[in-house]
Design a protein around this ligand. Sequence first.
Ligand SMILES: [Zn+2]
Ligand SMILES: [Zn+2]
Length: 181
Amino acid sequence: MRPLLLHVKPVNVEEWLVHRLSESLSEVFSLKVVVSRDLSLSRVLEFYDEEREQVRADLLLDALSSRAPPLCLVLIDADAYVAGLNFVFGVARAGWGGLVFLTRLRQEFYGLPPNEEILAARVVKEAIHELGHALGLGHCRTPRCVMRFSNSILDVDSKTPYFCPRCRRELELLHPGLLKF
Ligand SMILES: [Zn+2]
Ligand SMILES: [Zn+2]
């Protein structure tokens, strides 16, 4: 079987972080991870709300998912929101991919010193979460499951990067062989 491609598209993101994430994703999924730098900051800024200093994530997702082929994971060093919410860590579209926003995953946002390990762990969890949606999963109530909804950074930190047994079974039914372990 031809391996499914996952296009990781970083916008303004540190090289080491893109590399770490790509490695982690290849450990979880039987996907060929390809980093493509074809998404420009100016494209993202078309969806920037000057007053809120946030990207309008749902509109950006609409625009990107109508152009780029699946499976995509867009990593953006910005803060974002969708209509009705103060902020989002990420958004996704089933069958296409997802967007992950880094600002609120950084310790600095909470007035703490930068920490690469903490940042990488959070980015990996949120990326796997959005890819879970992209692959057809909904939210999960299992506390440690990566598919649990995160309302705050404490929620992100308290879950694991792993799918619970129920989510694993569902993914295995939807995409046999996609999960590596
Ligand atoms: Zn979610
Ligand atoms: Zn679950």
